[in-house]
Design a protein around this ligand. Structure first.
Ligand code: NAD
Ligand code: UDP
Length: 314
């Protein structure tokens, strides 16, 4: 049994990770400030002797005795991370310094949830880990992109300077149950709009691409990375390389929900990446990992989740 701290544990990905690691027989501290996360995501775990829920903000120091830290705390959806841009960058910089300090003191292994956004609007396609990216340092996405890039720098510096056992994963667009109804990202927006027969809002002309990974696949990759025996520190891409345009994605959601929704076009937000697809050769080689869940299968489970949530809120 390991003592594991999961920051952002009440969020979308964090809640799946808490459940899996708890079921695997570990002792879990789920830490969250509930900015975008919700107790609903982990309510079924509360009461388990091996699960502890802590309301805390990682921009402040936190002390505990742990063996592993998964640092997921940070809003991930563009409208949420842009809502308070300064807070977002503080979370990625100060928050990561605090978590690295904790890892150093406890001699814990720390895994940082980085992002495909470190590649910005990529000029290399598909994206490989050796690509340094094309990021605007002064735009509306910069609080997130540059914050996450700085977090990677801090991880590497604590590793080199203080021998902290670090892991960096670069997560590509992930979806599944427990996403917030008002999350604002494309998967939740399109599904909620389709289920309510409201207009599906495509930003731009819909020719931009994304590659969507089901959350169970991602969580398996995260745990393999944390525990890999070679002490491979990354960074490593974790995502599903199956790429599609946002227009095709909208049509797929309409089909899977049997919706009467119409597609409407809205202005494209600033610095929206035009293409994104992970090269996952490194994850295959080092972790023997690749996604298994087919997009339609994963989306049907996600649609079922949102359908239930919408009925509960009405
Ligand atoms: P999410 O918004 O559902 O979860 C983030 C969680 O962190 C929430 O529970 C939120 O309340 C909490 N949080 C935010 N700021 C905090 C702070 N200062 N202190 C404590 N808790 C705080 O998002 P998610 O999709 O689950 O993303 C989890 C992590 O994975 C994030 O770090 C995100 O950047 C990264 N990531 C996610 C994706 C994706 O497609 N979902 C892609 C790339 C990277
Ligand atoms: N998008 C869209 N309609 C929406 C929400 C998002 O067309 O209602 C687009 C968005 O402009 C981007 C893509 O879908 O091109 C993915 O957006 P998301 O916010 O999910 O994540 P990103 O990958 O941009 O961080």
């Amino acid at each position: 049994m390991k003592r594991i701290l999961i920051t952002g544990g009440a969020g979308f990905i964090g809640s799946h990770l808490c459940e899996k690691l708890l079921n695997d027989g570990n002792d879990i501290i789920c830490l969250d400030n509930f900015f975008t996360g919700s107790k609903d995501n982990i309510r079924h775990l509360i009461g388990n002797n091996h699960f502890e829920l802590v309301r805390h903000d990682i921009t402040k120091e936190y002390f505990a005795e742990v063996d592993q830290i998964y640092n997921l705390a940070c809003p991930a959806s563009p409208p949420h991370y842009q809502y308070n841009a300064i807070k977002t960058i503080k979370t990625s910089v100060l928050g990561v310094i605090h978590m690295l300090g904790l890892a150093k003191r406890c001699k814990a292994t720390i895994l940082q949830a980085s992002t495909s956004e470190v590649y910005g609007d990529p000029t290399v396609h598909p994206q490989v880990e050796s690509y340094w990216g094309n990021v605007n340092p002064i735009g509306i996405r910069s609080c997130y992109d540059e914050g996450k890039r700085c977090a990677e720098t801090l991880m590497m510096d604590y590793h080199r300077q203080n021998a902290v056992d670090t892991r960096i994963i670069r997560i590509f667009n992930t979806y599944g149950p427990n996403m917030n109804l008002n999350d604002g990202r494309v998967v939740s927006n399109f599904i909620v709009q389709a289920l309510q027969n409201k207009d599906i809002t495509i930003y731009g002309d819909g020719s931009q691409t994304r590659s969507f990974c089901y959350v169970d696949d991602l969580v398996n990759g995260m745990i393999l990375m944390m525990n890999n025996s070679e002490k491979f520190i990354g960074p490593v891409n974790l995502g599903n390389p199956s790429e599609r345009t946002i227009l095709d994605f909208a049509k797929l959601i309409i089909k899977l929900t049997n919706s009467n929704s119409k597609i409407v076009y809205k202005p494209l937000p600033g610095d929206d990446p035009t293409q994104r697809k992970p090269d996952i050769s490194l994850a295959k080689e080092k972790l023997d990992w690749e996604p298994k869940v087919d997009i339609e299968q994963g989306l049907l489970k996600t649609i079922q989740y949102f359908d239930k949530k919408l009925k509960e809120t009405n």
